[in-house]
Write a protein that binds this ligand. Structure first.
Ligand code: MG
Length: 407
């Protein structure tokens, strides 16, 4: 079996104006669909980030992918030395091998340890959607603790989520703590999380962690409360409260220093940049060896990534936290039958490969929309900071800078 063609197809998808510490999500953002085809016409797909750097890395990898035997993927990983580009190719190969052998993707990567994967309800402060009729969920502005409780209600009604994660770093810490208090009142059985994306100083984080430790709130962990690995180490030295990260341990070389500094309790995995579904499973094993917890990080994504996240989570024995996903927020998709949340869980698909089919019409329409946009990126700090500065200009803060810590 040989891969004869590698398609790299950027698409533009609509996003709600969700806020985080860098700013607000732009109305359109980019993702990239990777499609591998064999000489026999078998196909495998994956989805990854849509930044120019990622697209460029995938284009540069094409010469090594076309002509390869898909079972040779470890050699390809070594040659590329690029976990992000390899991650998309690895996932597409897993889909390809699954379709070829009639097996679900989770069986191709080692076998499932669970049939359902739990996801958290991922709550964001946000601006109002410009077109509320096309919003997938919660179109109104959410800028206060009270409004967040209403958003959470919509989330729980939508997918039955049991765990609630609050994207923080937007309002002053005391208001975000008040938000957690109100969420706990409204959803007394829900484990909570908050992710301020490194906007708190060590002193602020110590104060908040002590308060959480001494309260009745069930907060599973603080996610990236402070800006650096060293700051996490100082925080954990002062307060016995678990911290998780998807910002300061994002590659294998960073695990040992973080363990040595006692800077982390939970690593949030992500198959997009930990070397695909295969790399994500290696992370699960390494984390277990160091007695670290494992969860799963999310950026905006479409239905291909949703399926890949579900399959890889199904095969991760160490995973013990509900995964994060932006998927309920997305109004666009490139798959024909989106996976659905029920009781906060997604059933692992039994169909071959990732278990999804591409909606060719939507893929083409979203690709054309990408081509019509002059600059489109996602997860670029610069672009998000610029967006936030623009948004704040409207309320008179054109001098805003994305400094951290902020509080
Ligand atoms: Mg995070």
């Amino acid at each position: 079996m040989r891969i004869t063609d590698m398609g790299v197809i950027p698409v533009a998808h609509r996003e709600p104006p969700l806020r985080n510490s860098w700013g607000a999500h732009t109305e359109l953002a980019a993702r990239t669909v990777v499609r591998l085809t064999t000489a026999d016409g078998e196909v495998g797909v994956a989805e990854t980030y849509g930044d120019d750097a990622v697209i460029g890395a995938l284009e540069r990898a094409r010469g090594q992918v076309e002509g390869m035997n898909p079972y040779d993927r470890r050699a390809l990983e070594l040659r590329l030395q690029d976990p992000m580009a390899y991650g998309a190719i690895d996932t597409a190969i897993v889909d390809l091998l699954g379709r070829e052998t009639g097996q679900p993707a989770c069986e191709i990567i080692g076998g499932r340890v669970r049939d359902r994967v739990e996801f958290s309800g991922y709550l964001f402060y946000k601006y109002a959607d410009s077109d509320p009729d096309t919003a997938a969920i919660a179109p109104e502005e959410v800028g206060s603790p009270e409004a967040m409780v209403e958003e959470a209600r919509q989330f729980v009604d939508h997918g039955g989520f049991r765990v609630l994660k609050l994207k923080g770093g937007v309002l002053p810490p005391e208001e975000e703590l008040e938000t957690l208090d109100l969420l706990a009142e409204e959803f007394p059985d829900a484990p909570l999380r908050i992710d301020p994306n490194g906007t708190w100083s060590v002193e602020t984080a110590i104060r908040i962690a002590r308060r959480l430790r001494d309260s009745d709130l069930h907060v599973q962990f603080l996610e990236d409360p402070v800006p650096t690995m060293h700051a996490h180490s100082r925080l954990k030295d002062q307060v016995d409260f678990p911290v998780a990260t998807n910002m300061y341990v994002v590659e294998f070389d960073e695990i040992a220093p973080a363990v040595e500094a006692d800077a982390v309790d939970v690593i949030l995995s992500d198959h997009h940049y930990w070397g695909g579904m295969s790399g994500n499973l290696r992370l699960d094993t390494v984390a277990r060896a160091f007695d670290l917890g494992v969860g799963m990080h999310s950026n905006s994504h479409l239905g291909i990534s949703m399926a890949a996240m579900t399959h890889v989570a199904a095969a991760m024995p160490t995973l013990r936290y509900a995964c994060d996903s932006h998927y309920p927020w997305m109004a666009d998709d490139v798959v024909t039958d989106p996976l659905e949340f029920e009781d906060g869980h997604v059933e692992v698909p039994d169909d071959p490969g990732l278990g999804i089919e591409i909606d060719e019409g939507e893929l083409e329409r979203m690709h054309q929309r990408y081509r019509e946009e002059e600059t489109l990126a996602y997860s670029s700090v610069e672009s998000m900071a610029a967006e936030y500065a623009d948004a704040e200009t409207e309320v008179g803060r054109s001098d805003w800078l994305p400094n951290k810590p902020r509080w």
